[in-house]
Design a protein around this ligand. Sequence first.
Ligand SMILES: NC(=O)c1ccc[n+]([C@@H]2O[C@H](COP(=O)([O-])OP(=O)(O)OC[C@H]3O[C@@H](n4cnc5c(N)ncnc54)[C@H](OP(=O)(O)O)[C@@H]3O)[C@@H](O)[C@H]2O)c1
Length: 243
Amino acid sequence: MNLKRRNIVITGGTAGIGLELVRQMQQENDLLVIASNEERLEHLTRAFPRIMTCRADLAQLSEVEAAAAAARRYFDRIDVLINNAAIQYTPTFVEESFDYASIEREVTVNFTTVCALTSLLLPALIHDGEAAIVNVNSGLGLMPKKNSAVYCATKAAVNVFSQSLRHQLEDTNVRVLQAFMPLVDTAMTTGRGNDRLSPAQAANAMLRGIALGIEDNDIGEIRLLRSLVRFAPGIARKIMKAA
Ligand SMILES: NC(=O)c1ccc[n+]([C@@H]2O[C@H](COP(=O)([O-])OP(=O)(O)OC[C@H]3O[C@@H](n4cnc5c(N)ncnc54)[C@H](OP(=O)(O)O)[C@@H]3O)[C@@H](O)[C@H]2O)c1
């Protein structure tokens, strides 16, 4: 899909990979960015005045519904929905700092909201042109690490959801794509690993995948990981445990 003159809805376009996606798409497309932090959203509109924004805490389904309604008001048709926003809590279940309340929040932002926005925006995505739902996934959705168990599970759920949705939409104009990210240098990965992609590199690879219509776009080291998961799962499990 040619990413020019498209109506695009993106969650979490105010930081990290999402911000870079916005930066690289904003000149040639109409964008609605949904995120929760008011200050960051204001900063975004100052930097890119053409962009429309909507403040919503995607951990609250009532706010997800309001954001979807705003998207339907802004755009009579939507060409691309990018489900990018996610959160990751790292404490293990045996650590004292583990917060029980984080479970619902993480599952809602990372998974339930992806399904909810898909459902609420699908009527605007189904039209006589090309359209795509793009879910940002992770190597941790293919093979989990030790900590962030709930995060890993939500990404695995997004993967399975995306594959099933692909079947459901095969007779429509809507393609379901995923971008599997390796370690990228954002707030989510502060202090982890030395060999991280820059958000600009990650966004660039993701946009190339959308342009080429790659269903499961394995970025950077994810290509190797996917082969290991298939042919040497024991090695993949060992490597990813400490990722
Ligand atoms: N960084 C990596 O190494 C890596 C690796 C694999 C996959 N990924 C995936 O890539 C995507 C982007 O990650 P990132 O590293 O760029 O994250 P990030 O830098 O932490 O940015 C997250 C974005 O999501 C938004 N967000 C978070 N919670 C939200 C909420 N409750 N409601 C609305 N918006 C919310 C944030 O905006 P506000 O704070 O304004 O709400 C921000 O714009 C995620 O799906 C992540 O799982 C990242």
